[in-house]
Design a binder for this molecule. Structure first.
Ligand code: FES
Ligand code: FES
Length: 216
């Protein structure tokens, strides 16, 4: 089973079934019903009507209940739809970027249950915990999340394409205690590629947040 976490961070299959498993196991809509049941959440919040999610949903065959950035949606999906495609193409959340679509670049990183996960290797139907994208990272009061502010302070981006994924991983880096020194940051962040080579600035931003939060 492929790993939907970054290659540098070891295995974690807690999000369950991934795209490779479906494609190689011969799974079809026959397994969609139990997968839908697994995807349901119990937070009691009202779900958006499937039709409200746009024309991109037309022709889809089942529904994934996804709690994203604090709101629960019933999202029409093909059973093979990745979380990345559900977020970008159906829900209109284009912060997570599609770089390689093969688990190699980290541009698609979001948080599931508070942990960084590669959304391009995660089936939407298999997601059972709340999802946070870069759009939902800040507090919602108009201020940036401290990691977003640190990236600005340190010019930790150039073109910006990798930046949402970098920031989501960077938050995980600090919160999981892997930002104690530059080498630890580089190791943790090695699954996030930056073609603009902003790596020294990214490390500096993460170290700043680690220091400010009292972990460093
Ligand atoms: S790792 Fe998911 S788009 Fe590259
Ligand atoms: S800022 Fe351009 S790819 Fe990272």
């Amino acid at each position: 089973m492929a790993d939907n976490r970054h290659p540098s961070r070891g295995g974690d299959t807690r999000q369950g079934v991934n795209r490779r498993w479906v494609l190689t196991s011969g799974a079809s809509t026959a397994v969609a019903v139990p997968l839908v049941a697994m995807a349901r959440t119990d937070d009691g919040r009202s779900a958006a009507a499937p039709g409200a999610l746009g024309a991109a949903a037309a022709g889809k065959t089942t529904t994934a209940r996804l709690t994203v950035n604090g709101r629960t949606h019933d999202v029409p999906v093909d059973p093979r739809t990745t979380l990345l495609d559900a977020l970008r193409e159906t829900m209109g959340l284009t912060g997570p970027k599609k770089g390689c679509d093969h688990g190699q670049c980290g541009a698609c990183t979001v948080h599931i249950g508070g942990r960084p996960v590669l959304s391009c290797l995660t089936l939407a139907l298999a997601v059972r915990e709340p999802v946070t994208t870069i759009e939902g990272l800040a507090a919602g009061d108009g201020s940036l999340h401290p990691m977003q502010q640190a990236f600005v302070d340190h010019d930790a981006f150039q073109c910006g394409y990798c930046t949402p994924g970098q920031i989501m991983s960077a938050v995980g880096c600090v919160e999981s205690g892997h930002a104690g020194d530059d080498a630890a940051v580089r190791e943790y962040m090695s699954g996030n590629l930056c073609r603009c080579a902003a790596y020294p600035n990214i490390v500096a931003a993460i170290r700043q947040v680690d220091f400010e939060t009292g972990r460093g």
